[in-house]
Ligand binder design. Structure first.
Ligand code: IMP
Ligand code: MG
Length: 182
């Protein structure tokens, strides 16, 4: 894998396709173990960043499930803002259902906070959070995260759904920022 350039920044290979696949498989295994075989969960991907992770996760899940997506955004460029927009896209009746949120990455936790808020009054049975990546150095909330694919240092990454100003989502592997940005 070679270095890549997106807009003005350089990125270096960080997590290969093979490792990504292994991480997703282990998340699916952990989630599957916790769900009763008779239960039909609703997997909810958080757009745009989780579209590839959600697609791969759902394909590896071996039992009946429903799939939906929500959208909100908290990111401009490479620094996370505390302002998170409204969550849109949930029209289903979620009463007594098990919801598993599929997030690409949890950074400050602002997005996660919004998700918890939005599902609070929907009378669901349980809400589980599965995130592909987690940045423990940045996370500032007390909210539980049930499944973490891989904890990473606080450096900006792109690929496998994650973007830098719109670019990089289509990369099958994950790359890490090389240059220092202030
Ligand atoms: P949070 O609300 O600060 O936890 O940020 C979560 C969202 O910010 C994620 O769902 C991503 O869309 C985006 N994000 C956070 N860190 C990165 C990164 O390193 N690269 C690309 N996007 C990121
Ligand atoms: Mg996201």
């Amino acid at each position: 894998m070679a270095n890549i350039k997106l807009h003005d920044l350089n990125f270096t290979p960080f997590i290969s396709e093979k490792e990504l696949s292994e991480i997703v498989t282990s998340l699916v295994d952990k989630v599957s173990l916790d769900l009763s075989p008779r239960e039909v969960p609703i997997f909810i991907g958080v757009l745009n960043g989780s579209f590839l992770f959600a697609a791969d996760f759902i394909r590896k899940y071996k039992h009946n499930c429903e799939v939906s997506f929500v959208k909100l955004s908290s990111y401009k460029g490479i620094s996370s803002s505390e302002v998170v927009n409204e969550l849109i896209g949930i029209n289903e009746d979620l009463t007594d259902r098990t919801i598993v949120i599929l997030e690409d990455i949890i950074d400050t936790g602002s997005t996660l906070h919004k998700i918890y808020d939005s599902f609070k009054n929907k009378n669901i049975k349980q809400l589980k959070i599965a995130t592909l990546f987690f940045k423990p150095d940045v996370y500032r909330k007390e909210l539980p995260i049930d499944y973490i694919g891989k904890s990473i240092e606080d450096k900006f990454i792109v690929g496998y759904g994650l973007d830098y100003d719109g670019l990089g989502r289509n990369l099958p592997a994950v790359y890490q920022l090389t240059t220092e940005v202030t």
